[in-house]
Write a protein that binds this ligand. Structure first.
Ligand code: ADP
Ligand code: MG
Length: 230
């Protein structure tokens, strides 16, 4: 479903990704780990189509289509979803209004209240301004709620576990696991192996030096936790 070949990307003329290869099939969960500043969020943002990043070489194919050739909203419509490390706060737009607009733009229907309930999000929370004054945990739960509503083919979760206490992480993981099917795929970017205790990956990759330096199974995450990246 996703095929990244020899991807290079830079920001402000500074090369970050340098010949990255990654392939993902439907039904698979991949985790990307790696030291701070390795380029994990850069990879996520390049895939989402963030305009600040300049792709200097390589190809990305998503569901057989040339992803790099598409506008961010076309990528979303094709079934790509991104949960950002630092979700935006928007004043004057409630959570519910944002979800309704996004569902409409994607041509999808879903029960916002029902999906929220499943993630233990109260209805009152839906009427607050998008991400405004949300705690770290609330922002992350809200990102998973979007994923539940949009039902993407490929969801990329960037550091969804950061800032979560153990209870919030369990709820988030439960929500994510409930959305897994043999038809969709998940790319989890994380610093810590603990999230992977709850969301079992099929493959674990280490991003270092601008590329995937190492690939293994879940045991690689445990090994990294013990030995570090050095
Ligand atoms: P990670 O998510 O793995 O911690 P990032 O992808 O966020 O790493 O960052 C990779 C590198 O790109 C870092 O060295 C970071 O400082 C640099 N970088 C990210 N955004 C910018 C920017 N807007 N301008 C300049 N450098 C940036
Ligand atoms: Mg990051």
């Amino acid at each position: 479903m996703l095929e990244i070949k020899n991807l290079c990307a830079e920001i402000d003329g500074k090369p970050i990704l340098n010949g990255l290869n990654l392939s993902m099939a439907r039904g698979e969960v991949h985790a990307i780990m790696g030291p701070n500043g390795a380029g994990k969020s850069t990879l996520a943002k390049v895939l989402a189509g963030h305009p600040a990043y300049n792709v200097t070489c390589g190809e990305v194919w998503f569901k057989g289509q040339d992803l790099l050739d598409m506008e961010p909203e076309e990528r979303a419509r094709l079934g790509l979803f991104m949960s950002f490390q630092y979700p935006l706060e928007i004043a004057g737009v409630t959570n519910r209004q944002f979800f309704e607009a996004a569902l409409q733009a994607l041509g999808k229907e879903a029960s916002i209240t029902q999906e929220a309930e499943a993630l233990e999000i109260s209805p009152a929370f839906l009427d607050r301004n998008l991400n405004e004054g949300f705690s770290g945990g609330e922002k992350k739960k809200n990102e998973i709620l979007q994923m539940a509503l949009f039902k993407p083919d490929l969801a990329i979760l960037d550091e969804t576990d950061s800032g979560l206490d153990i209870d919030a992480m369990r709820i988030v993981a439960k929500g994510v696991n409930a959305l897994r099917t043999s038809d969709n795929a998940l790319l989890i970017i994380t610093h810590y192996q603990r999230l992977l205790d709850y969301i079992k990956p099929d493959f674990v990759h280490v991003l270092a030096g601008g590329k995937i330096e190492k690939t293994g199974g879940p045991e690689l995450a445990l090994w990294l936790e013990e030995k570090g990246y050095a």
